[in-house]
Design a protein. Structure first.
Length: 185
């Protein structure tokens, strides 16, 4: 990692994880394999910020540690990249277990339980799907009906204050991710 840490991907240690490495990596991993509108890719860092904002909208009294879990929900992608679910399944190895070990180490590093409560996981999954719908329709060229079929039609976003999504530079996405992380720590 750029921090100088060496991360054993098969047995990740929370002591080898640095938020600056996560922010840097996620800001440079493109959602939708880079197939989005705009001068820059819409990064996993921006996606993570959007998921956290949606979680906060759906549950304004959500404890900051669960907002932090929402922000970090795709954190393993800082080293393993963003792969679509069908490709993960086609790999033929237990990719989910690999990803789960890395996520557990990240959670422990930042004071979260290795396994958040099921209701938190469910909320984050809902927010992730809402984010996917918004990204698909605003950035990736999907029609609303097509995105609704794949991700579900978002409900409960009235008054969310979510502006039109605009891909940021990697540096700006990284800075925003770190700023939000520090606010939630």
């Amino acid at each position: 990692m750029l921090s100088g840490r060496r991360l054993d991907l098969l047995e990740p240690s929370p002591l080898d994880i640095e938020i600056e490495d996560i922010a840097h990596g996620l800001a440079r991993v493109a959602r939708w394999n880079g197939q989005t509108k705009g001068a820059h890719a819409f990064s996993v860092a921006q996606h993570s910020l959007l998921v956290e904002a949606i979680a906060n909208h759906f549950n304004p009294k959500l404890d900051r540690r669960w907002r932090l879990a929402a922000l970090l929900h795709d954190a393993p992608e800082y080293v393993i990249g963003d792969m679509i679910s069908p490709f993960k399944a086609a790999l033929g190895l237990d990719y989910k277990a690999f990803e789960h070990r890395l996520m557990a180490a990240i959670h422990i590093r930042y004071g979260l339980p290795a396994e958040p409560p099921q209701w938190v996981e469910k909320l984050i999954k809902r927010c992730d799907r809402v984010s996917a719908f918004l990204e698909a329709t605003q950035l990736a060229g999907f029609e609303h009906n097509e995105a609704a079929r794949l991700f579900g039609r978002p409900r409960g976003l009235d008054g969310a204050g979510l502006a039109e999504l605009k891909p940021l530079t990697a540096n700006a996405a990284e800075a925003n991710f770190l700023k939000t992380f520090r606010k939630l720590q």
